[in-house]
Design a protein around this ligand. Sequence first.
Ligand code: ARG
Length: 564
Amino acid sequence: MDYKKMVAQAIANVVGDDLDLNEINEKIEVPKSIKMGDFAFPAFVLAKVMHKAPQMIAQDIVEKIDQTGFEKVEAAGPYVNFFLDKKQFGKEIVSEVLDQKEHYGDQDLGHKGNVTIDMSSPNIAKPMSMGHLRSTVIGNSLAEILKKTNYNPIKINHLGDWGTQFGKLIEAYKLWGNEEDVKKDPINTLLKYYVRFHKEDQEHPELDDEARAWFKKLEDGDPEATRLWKWFREESLSFFMKIYKRLGITFDSYNGEAFYNDKMQPVIDELKEKGLLEESQGAMIVDLSKYDLNPALIQKSDGTSLYITRDLAAAIYRKKTYNFVQSLYVMGNEQSNHFHQLVAVLKEMGDDWADDMHHIAFGLITSGGKKLSTRRGNIILLEEVLDDAVKLAQEQIEEKNPTLENKDEVADAVGVGAVVFHDLKNERLNQFDFDLQEVVRFEGETGPYVQYSHARAMSILRKAGVDENTDLHVEGLNDPDAWETVRMLGDFPAMVKRAVEEYEPSVIAKYAIRLAKAFNKYYAHTKILVDDDQKNERLALVQSVATVLKESLRLLGVKAPDEM
Ligand code: ARG
């Protein structure tokens, strides 16, 4: 039931000639304080057409309006405030949640359309950074939200497994490499070679020529180059897989940059045929000045490809393979120029579907206000962050609930969940600071706080002997203290819709915090388990809160333990 529409309709029935239904609907506000009602209509929007003072118009509307379904409708200065019939609406919303369970909030916006999500995409032979974590968890959450709104998400890990850096790595390995070291600790060892290469090539520029030659060999299929590349890739990937497993995140495709090695020539040929390719100092470029962008460098003078060349082939491959209705790229906002170039080249080629590609950009994670970077060495390692978070969660559980049975499992869900939630509660584009102590707190606007609220609801239900199979038929709760929570439950479907339209998981995370807060406030003043004629109604509300909190967390990729 769309309550706002209902309010709009009631107003339209009175003033229909002066303002149409859609306009009224747009003007309706949700008052800051629940004391001012559930919806408010600013009557001054009618002052001009009606040639009357807004206060008068508000009075008029109140006198003429049909009050069915409302507890009351009153004028407050130039506003008309609407108070929904709490019992009636409480009954409707809670029954809906109890009926639909985790499917509450499901809606068909996507009609099963395919949406590719380019996400995570770490670089082989380098550690996975906090930036890659952001891409991974944002992408994963968007996939869940898309599924809930009946899109078909396809999660693609566009691994950074190709490019000149592999020439450098092979050259470095040939010079200083040791097979045993790589096997023991692949990522760190390979990173060490890479860093050493960058140091030494300052004084020995010929190293760069060697590296370029190796990458050229790799692109041409040289057996030794290919063998080393494969080996580095496998070692790195198995390491990344451990992290994905801890996060509980899977992918539908691991087609990284290398996958497109044999798919770039047709793109280059097409660019040539369409007269888009120009020579510039031996290299091949596409001029993008009409888009106000720098030229896209498509092929180096030695014939090797670039990051954007592989992305062009990937975009075209994805359109062909999945015929997507939308194609999302979850990457840092520092790649926005790259993304714009990519779309512009496709548009030049006449691929109008490029308009369905969206850059889901996100801001940096800083630490102590400072930017993180691999080169400068102040990098936060994702694995260590997860380990530390789990350790902190363990300590808190030990303190709060020492007799809990599956402590380790819960600590894992809370620690990992805390890191994921913290990342998602911030609007994507905001830069945010990472402070582990802050992230894992059980109070405040954290993941553990939401998980804890859910566990608390579950514990009430356990005490009452209520489980999924109990039939909690409701007649509507007659308790003004419960109203904020009830209303918020009613908001969930609209939140899901907003989250998918804005590609913004933070909408769900912030909502979960609000719902948890409202529920805790309710719980603090109310004896839920007292035996009176409203007990069943209260339990039904608690059950609904548990369901919606758990579903919100699931959409974020965070587990909701029943006890903690
Ligand atoms: N590997 C890149 C990086 O770590 C991210 C790739 C993003 N996806 C893409 N299709 N370009 O910066």
